[in-house]
Design a protein around this ligand. Structure first.
Ligand SMILES: [Zn+2]
Length: 400
């Protein structure tokens, strides 16, 4: 999938000079940090390295360097309005019926720009993008038509009958569910849906394990994971409503459980054994979610940050709101280092595999942000990103 990412063609050496670099893997701070960047990738990192005369130097003295932020659960081409919420399902029906594909893609372009400008250099977009608009958005970003994070996208989510729509008349169901979801009702349909997603350009597969009273079967889930793995795609599983759906998905061998608001210690233990990530998308201040984060940490389940934002908010950009959501993890008792790992290193491996994104190390993409304050002291420092570089290209530099 990285073959599709447009790489920066610069051959010259760029050097970042900063007050410090936070190694999110160890929690160590490297003072007087110097980062060599060539060809869109990190070539060398150290403290007080000499600066070659021909290098292009970017002076970030006084700032702290971190890997670019990563969001493992977005819906960039999807937007809800609070006032419609009074009628169950009105938002999803209205969006699917009223917005055409061009409008969904352009909404995605707006949200992609907002995420990047808040420091998110990679994002995994998991469905609700209409008919494959997230694929179009990813390709448009890679071609330089619009700006945005590196996108890792699923196409339509694979779901039980009806997707996540409310009960509708049969005529309407037939018309609109397939614009957002692929309904699965047999092992053959499960296999076909994954193959269709691959054909449509998916980087990963999203499944809705449960909705209301309908739950995909273990055999269907196993078939989905088998087909996806054969093609090298990972599987993200929406699982809510207690332990049952998460356990089914875990047994099937998915790569991440999305939401999993109240998963038990037993299922979390199994997830840890199978190296399945938890992507909490929690509302703030909910004690049962916080306790589940505590259980996940105790079970050594890796936590990857997911914002799952889709409400229209004229007060702030999506990226700004996403960066504020780390506070929810803080309330749940995660340390600042654990939060930084969930924001960078863990989703980096979940999205792209080892050695590509989520750490500042030799050979990684030069996806780098700089902050005015040390995020190990104050995690809210992530809400004000002073400098953003994606693939060696400077996106924002407020220190100039
Ligand atoms: Zn979601």
């Amino acid at each position: 999938m990285f073959g599709q990412v447009a790489e920066n063609t610069q051959k010259e050496l760029t050097v970042l000079v900063a007050k410090a670099l936070i190694d999110v893997q160890t929690g160590k701070t490297i003072n007087n940090s110097v980062v060599y960047i060539r060809d869109g990738k990190i070539e060398k990192i150290g403290s007080g390295l000499e600066i070659p005369a021909n290098a292009k130097v970017i002076d970030l003295s006084g700032k702290y360097l971190l890997p670019g932020l990563i969001d493992a659960h977005t819906h960039l081409c999807h937007e809800y309005y609070g006032e419609l919420e009074k009628i169950s399902g009105a938002n999803t029906i209205s969006e699917t019926v009223k917005l055409n594909e061009g409008e969904r893609a352009l909404l995605g372009a707006k949200n992609a720009r907002e995420m990047l400008m808040a420091g998110y250099t990679s994002v995994r977009d998991l469905g609700n993008s209409g008919m494959n608009n997230a694929v179009a958005l990813r390709d448009a970003i890679n071609k330089g038509w619009v700006i945005g994070p590196r996108l890792f996208v699923s196409t339509r989510a694979l779901s039980p009958i009806g997707g996540q729509f409310p009960k509708m008349t049969p005529e309407v169901q037939n018309l609109i569910v397939s614009r957002e979801y692929v309904e699965i009702s047999s092992i053959d349909e499960a296999r076909r849906a994954v193959r269709q997603a691959i054909y449509d350009g998916a980087d990963c597969i999203k499944i809705i394990v449960n909705n209301d009273r309908l739950v995909l079967s273990e055999e269907e889930l196993t078939a989905i994971v088998e087909e996806a793995k054969r093609a090298g795609l990972k599987v993200a599983a929406h699982a809510t409503n207690g332990d049952g759906p998460a356990l089914l998905a875990t047994k099937a061998g998915v790569n991440s459980i999305e939401h999993g608001y109240t998963i038990s210690a037993d299922v979390l233990k199994l997830m840890a054994e199978k190296n399945i990530y938890l992507v909490p998308t929690d509302a703030p201040g909910v004690e049962r979610y916080q306790k589940r984060i505590q259980r996940a940490l105790a079970a050594n389940v890796k936590i990857a940050f997911g914002s799952d934002l889709y409400y229209n908010n004229p007060q702030a950009t999506r990226g700004r709101i996403a960066a504020g959501a780390y506070q929810t993890y803080k309330e749940a008792g995660m340390t600042n280092l654990q939060i930084l790992q969930s924001a960078t290193m863990h989703p980096g491996i979940l999205l792209a595999g080892e050695g590509k994104i989520g750490l500042l190390q030799n050979g990684y993409f030069a996806d780098i942000i700089a902050l005015d304050e040390n995020p190990l002291d104050n995690i809210r420092a992530l809400e004000n990103v002073a400098f953003i570089m994606k693939g060696g290209e400077v996106i924002k530099n407020s220190s100039k």
